[in-house]
Design a protein around this ligand. Structure first.
Ligand code: AMP
Ligand code: ZN
Ligand code: FE
Ligand code: FE
Length: 277
């Protein structure tokens, strides 16, 4: 099973139903839907899961503000009707929509003639979690960048001319939000953090109630996986894994290219049950 995948409600390119169909065709028994700041893909994914015989795991990916850098937390097994979580996610998406407009303005100020209409063609439907990958797609579509990566490298990556920061949750708040919704919190892709920041951050988050860490990940080499697995063992965290599938927005990542054992999901379920008890 693959515990990390995005759909069109955030910055993936498959609908939730098509994601589940692809999961079945890829031979996966289960797939977690982990859209950025959004739980809106779950109902459709679950219905497709019933038809296709694929177990759908509820998830959400949250961006956390931390001096260490780009910290993403995966909330698994959350109640997708939890009012506090839903309300907070909706506000984060409103902020994302305003930020996307600012990014387009920045591009225009830099002489890149992208319009809001161009962006609207690539962005998720009203209420979706719009992000930089949608702007990147719009730039490619308009012939203003040669690829999504080129769009990031020239304009959108952190520190580039059209990068606009987005509102993020604090680590404590993000973990509490996930726990409050009955779920468990997992640190995503530690590889995106500076090497010397990974272990201190894991220790800090573990003290705040972190439940797991994404050990198996396409960009994690064997040495990093070994280190993370050892740390997970020491800190009592569940070692999870996922591909971070984004469809055509990450062409080199295939659904199921990270395929973790069902026992991982059972461990996450056990942690969630323990927290609710
Ligand atoms: P956002 O949430 O709008 O800030 O967009 C973040 C997403 O953009 C991440 O989840 C990545 O998939 C992608 N991304 C961020 N930085 C880069 C980069 N330097 N190159 C390519 N993709 C990136
Ligand atoms: Zn993404
Ligand atoms: Fe992420
Ligand atoms: Fe992701």
């Amino acid at each position: 099973m693959d515990l990390h995948a995005h759909t069109v409600v955030s910055d993936g390119t498959l609908t939730p139903a098509d994601l589940v169909l692809l999961a079945r065709r890829s031979g996966l028994a289960a797939v977690a839907v982990t859209d950025h700041d959004h739980l809106g893909g779950l109902a459709e994914a679950r219905a497709a899961g019933e038809r296709e015989g694929v177990e759908v795991v509820a998830g959400v990916e949250l961006s956390v503000a931390h001096p260490a850098g780009d910290v993403h937390l995966l909330g698994y097994l959350v109640d997708d009707q939890d009012a506090a979580l839903l309300g907070r996610l909706e506000r984060l998406r409103d902020v994302r929509a305003r930020r996307a407009h600012l990014i387009v303005e920045r591009l225009q100020e830099s002489g890149v003639p992208l319009t809001l209409e161009d962006l609207a063609r690539e962005a998720p439907a009203q209420g979706g979690a719009v992000g930089r990958p949608h702007v990147a797609r719009a730039l490619v579509r308009r012939g203003l960048a040669s690829s999504i990566q080129d769009a990031f490298d020239r304009w959108l990556a952190d520190g580039r001319p059209a990068a606009v920061p987005k509102e993020k949750l604090g680590a404590r708040e993000a973990i509490a939000l996930v726990h409050g919704a009955g779920g468990v919190a997992v640190l995503a892709h530690p590889v995106t953090l500076p090497e010397d920041a990974r272990e201190p951050l894991l220790r800090e988050l573990a003290r705040l109630g972190l439940d797991g860490v994404e050990v198996d990940y396409p960009r994690h080499d064997e040495a990093l996986r070994r280190r993370l697995r050892a740390l997970a063992g020491e800190l009592g965290l569940v070692a999870t894994g996922g591909s971070d599938f984004h469809g055509a927005n990450k062409p080199d990542v295939a659904l199921g290219m990270v395929d973790v054992d069902h026992a991982v999901l059972e461990s996450l379920r056990a942690r969630a049950r323990g927290r609710r008890a």
